[in-house]
Design a protein around this ligand. Structure first.
Ligand code: NI
Length: 188
C-alpha cells in the first residue's frame, strides 16, 4: 500500500463529476487500499478518489461513533438517500466540518440527520449502509466529492465569505496543489 498525495481545492479533479467505475480489477483494489492508508495517515474520517487525483466514483470512510462502534468501509458507484434538512440556526460547535482538500479549516454546514448509502464493493457485491448524525454527515461529504462539490461550496454567509478569503490567502484555489500525509507538515 502507498500513501498518496491529497489534492487541494483548485485542482480540477476535485471540481469535476467523477466517472462510474467499470473495471473491478486489481487497479481498483490498489486504489481503495491506498485510499485507506492515506486517510488513516492524514488522519481523516473519509476520503474520496478525486482527493487522490482519481476521477472515479469511490470513497472510503472510518468513524467510531459515541457508542464505540467503528464504521469503516468503502463504496464504489454509490447512491445516497438523505432526509430533509432543518432550517434551524447553525450550531458552530456541533455542525462544523472539515476536509482534507481544504486542510486545517472548519466551517459549519447544515447536513441531513439521516442517510442511506447503497452501491457496491471492489468485488461488485452490494453495499448498503444506514447512518445518522456525524456518520451521516461523513457520507454526505464524501458523496459530494464524487459530484465535484466541496463542503466549502455549500457554505452560507458569513462562513462562505470567510472560507473564500482563507482559500485565497493560503494561495489555494488553483490547479496543481497537493499535500502528502506523513511527509508534509500540514495540520489537517
Ligand atoms: Ni472532503
Amino acid at each position: 500500500m502507498t500513501i498518496r498525495s491529497i489534492t487541494i481545492t483548485g485542482e480540477p479533479v476535485l471540481h469535476a463529476v467523477a466517472q462510474p467505475v467499470t473495471d473491478f480489477d486489481d487497479e481498483l483494489r490498489t486504489l481503495v487500499a491506498d485510499m485507506f492508508e492515506t486517510m488513516d495517515e492524514a488522519p481523516g474520517v473519509g476520503l474520496a478518489a478525486p482527493q487522490v487525483g482519481v476521477g472515479l466514483r469511490v470513497f472510503v470512510y472510518t468513524y467510531e461513533d459515541d457508542d464505540g462502534v467503528l464504521h469503516r468501509g468503502h463504496v464504489v458507484n454509490p447512491e445516497l438517500w438523505i432526509t430533509p434538512t432543518s432550517v434551524e440556526e447553525l450550531d458552530l460547535e456541533s455542525e462544523s466540518e472539515g476536509c482534507l482538500s481544504v486542510p486545517g479549516e472548519r466551517y459549519p454546514l447544515r447536513r441531513a440527520e439521516r442517510a442511506v448509502l447503497t452501491g457496491v464493493d471492489v468485488d461488485g457485491a452490494p453495499v448498503r449502509v444506514e447512518a445518522d448524525g456525524w456518520f451521516a454527515r461523513i457520507l454526505q461529504h464524501e458523496y459530494d466529492h464524487l459530484n465535484g462539490v466541496l463542503y466549502v461550496d455549500r457554505l452560507v454567509d458569513p462562513h462562505a465569505h470567510a472560507a473564500r478569503r482563507v482559500i485565497k490567502k493560503a494561495g489555494w484555489g488553483k490547479p496543481g496543489l497537493s499535500w502528502l500525509p506523513g511527509t508534509d507538515d500540514i495540520d489537517a
